[in-house]
Design a protein around this ligand. Structure first.
Ligand code: FES
Length: 107
């Protein structure tokens, strides 16, 4: 079963940064990364849908993350690929901010 986890306090993930949450903490099959873009937090499976790259190492901007390996971009909200070479969506997860704490609800 998937477990909701406390990821960090608001302020611990800088704007334009991401934090990895290892699979051991969530029960999910992959590391999940929580991304901070312009005051909003999003969560996607960390491994790029195109290959072996960590999206947490990518470039976060304008509601998207760009893969560091071949530069595919994914919508942080929907996980949908925005350009080649990725064709498969990134799996998304629910993030909730409660009383200054960032919670991840893996789905
Ligand atoms: Fe991400 Fe190729 S591994 S675009």
């Amino acid at each position: 079963a998937h477990t909701s986890v406390l990821v960090a306090a608001v302020g611990d993930i800088a704007e334009g940064e991401a934090l990895q949450v290892p699979a051991e903490r969530t029960g999910h099959h992959d590391t999940i990364s929580v991304f901070h873009d312009d005051g909003t937090y999003y969560a996607l499976d960390d491994t790029c849908s195109h290959g072996q790259a960590s999206l947490a190492d990518g470039w976060i901007e304008n509601g998207e993350v760009e893969c560091p390996l071949h530069s595919a971009r994914f919508c942080l909200r929907s996980g949908e690929p925005q350009c080649m070479p990725a064709t498969l969506a990134a799996r998304t997860h629910r993030v909730e901010v409660v009383a200054g704490e960032i919670w991840l609800h893996p789905g």
